[in-house]
Design a protein around this ligand. Structure first.
Ligand code: DP6
Length: 335
C-alpha cells in the first residue's frame, strides 16, 4: 500500500530513433511490430513530479504549468492504473511535467514524458523496479519512452511473447567513448504537429500499401545499426538512419489519406546535409513525426553542421545535442 503522500521528481531525456519504430503488433499492450534503435539526448529534458494524494477524486496533469488537455490526462490516468495495480493502491496522483523543448512538435516529447513519469510514479508509489521493468512499464505509456529509460545508444526489442514481457529496451553503449552529436533543426517554430505519432502509425498500418514492406526492412537495418554502434562506424550508422527514416516516411506518405510531415524547409535541410556530406563532412539526417530535421555527426563537425543549418530559411532554432544519460530521480522522496 502507498502509505502517505510524498512527492518524487524525476527527469528523462528525449531520444531520437535511428532505426524507427512505426507500427504495433498489439495496440492494447503497446507492443511494437518491430525493434528500433535510438540515441538519448542530454539537451532535451522532461522533468516530472508525482504525488499520490489521499482523497483525490481523480488524477490530474499539469503540462508546462497549465492543465493538460483531457485526452492527455485520460491517457496518463489509464497508465497510472498500471502503477496502482502493482503498488496495491487506489490513490490518485497529481502529476506535473515540464519540457525544456516544444511539446508535441515531433521532438519526441512523449518518450521523455513517459520515461520521467514512470521513474517518478514508481518511486512515489514505493515500487523498486530495475531498468528493464521500468522500460516495460514506460512502453505501456509510449513505445519510444521505453528507450528513454536508458542513456546513450539504446535498442528496443520487438519481443515474441503475447504478454509483451520480452518487449523491453536495453542500453547498447553509453556513447562516452564515441563523440557522436545530434544537431536538431527546429522547422516552423515547433508548432504542434497535425497528427500524433500514435494515430498516424495506426492509420499508416491500416491504409498504407507500403506499411508491410516498411516493416520487412527493419530487422536488417536494426542488425546493421547495432553492428555500426559496436564498431563506432558513423558512416554505416548514418546510412542506416537515413534509409530507415525515408522508408518510414514513404510508408506514411502512401497512407490514404496521406500523412505528410515535411515542410519545404525540411527538404532544404535534407539537401543541405547531403551537400555538407559531399564536401567531406560526415552528417546524416533523420526525421520523426514532424517537420524537424535531426542530424547525426561527430563532435569535431558539430559546429559547422549547426552553423549551416542555422542559415536555412525557415529553421527557427538549432540545438546541438550530446548523448544523454538514463531517466533518474532528481529529488529523493520526502516523507
Ligand atoms: C516517429 O512512441 O510516440 O518518433 O507508442 O503510440 O506512444 P506510441 O508511439 P510513439 O512513436 C514514436 C514514433 C517515431 C519513431 C520512433 O521514435 O521510433
Amino acid at each position: 500500500m502507498i502509505g502517505f503522500p510524498r512527492q518524487v521528481t524525476a527527469c528523462a531525456h528525449a531520444n531520437i530513433a535511428l532505426v524507427k519504430y512505426w507500427g504495433k503488433r498489439d495496440a492494447e499492450l503497446n507492443l511494437p511490430a518491430a525493434g528500433s534503435l535510438s540515441l538519448t539526448l542530454a539537451e532535451l529534458t522532461t522533468t516530472t513530479s508525482v504525488r499520490f494524494v489521499p482523497g483525490a477524486a481523480r488524477d490530474t496533469l499539469t503540462l508546462d504549468g497549465h492543465p493538460a488537455p483531457e485526452p492527455a490526462r485520460a491517457r496518463l490516468a489509464s497508465w497510472l492504473d498500471l502503477v496502482r495495480d502493482r503498488a496495491g493502491s487506489d490513490l490518485h496522483a497529481e502529476v506535473s511535467s515540464v519540457n525544456d523543448f516544444p511539446t508535441a512538435s515531433g521532438l519526441a516529447s512523449s518518450a521523455s514524458a513517459y520515461a520521467a513519469v514512470t521513474v517518478a510514479a514508481c518511486a512515489a508509489a514505493g515500487l523498486d523496479l530495475d531498468q528493464r521493468e521500468l522500460s516495460l512499464l514506460a512502453r505501456r505509456g509510449s513505445g519510444s519512452a521505453a528507450r528513454s529509460i536508458f542513456g546513450g545508444f539504446v535498442i528496443m526489442h520487438r519481443g515474441q511473447r503475447d504478454d509483451g514481457g520480452d518487449a523491453f529496451a536495453e542500453a547498447l553503449s553509453t556513447a562516452e567513448s564515441w563523440p557522436v552529436r545530434m544537431i536538431v533543426a527546429v522547422v516552423g517554430g515547433g508548432a504542434p504537429k497535425a497528427h500524433s505519432s500514435r494515430e498516424a502509425m495506426e492509420h499508416c498500418a491500416r491504409t498504407s500499401p507500403l506499411h508491410a514492406a516498411w516493416l520487412q526492412t527493419v530487422p536488417r537495418d536494426l542488425a546493421e545499426a547495432q553492428d555500426a554502434v559496436a564498431a563506432s562506424d558513423l558512416v554505416a550508422l548514418g546510412e542506416v538512419a537515413e534509409r530507415s527514416a525515408l522508408t518510414m516516411h514513404a510508408a506514411a506518405m502512401a497512407s490514404r489519406p496521406p500523412i505528410l510531415y515535411w515542410r519545404p524547409e525540411t527538404l532544404t535541410c535534407m539537401q543541405t546535409v547531403r551537400v555538407l556530406r559531399a564536401g567531406g563532412v560526415p552528417a546524416y539526417f533523420t526525421i520523426d513525426a514532424g517537420p524537424h530535421v535531426k542530424v547525426l555527426t561527430l563532435d569535431e563537425h558539430a559546429e559547422r553542421v549547426a552553423r549551416t543549418l542555422r542559415e536555412v530559411d525557415g529553421v527557427t532554432e538549432v540545438v546541438r545535442c550530446t548523448p544523454g544519460g538514463p531517466a533518474v530521480v532528481v529529488e529523493e522522496p520526502t516523507s
